[in-house]
Design a protein around this ligand. Structure first.
Ligand code: FES
Length: 83
């Protein structure tokens, strides 16, 4: 059974068993955040190794390529703080 996740307040439909990365990409969202140097971040390895796809879920960073969608889930880009 699919459902809806929320990306920056935008409703994104997902299919049963789909990861957050897959649902965002299918919705035309390839950029999940921005690095401290200003580079786009998104799916790179797709297997949980590079952490280029980190998104924020309930205040914690999680790999979008490993995270299975749950109906009603609220996600935001990870904000990098440079000092
Ligand atoms: S794309 Fe590399 S950890 Fe998700």
């Amino acid at each position: 059974m699919g459902g809806i996740i929320h990306w920056q307040g935008r409703k994104i439909a997902f299919r049963a068993g789909e990861t957050v990365a897959s649902a965002l990409l299918r919705a035309g969202i390839p950029q999940f955040g921005q690095s401290g140097t200003g580079l786009e971040r998104g799916v790179f390895c797709g297997i949980g190794q590079c952490q280029n796809c980190l998104v924020m879920l309930a205040g914690r960073p999680v790999e979008a390529c490993l995270l299975q969608c749950v109906d009603g889930m609220n996600l935001e880009p990870q904000q990098w703080v440079t000092q």
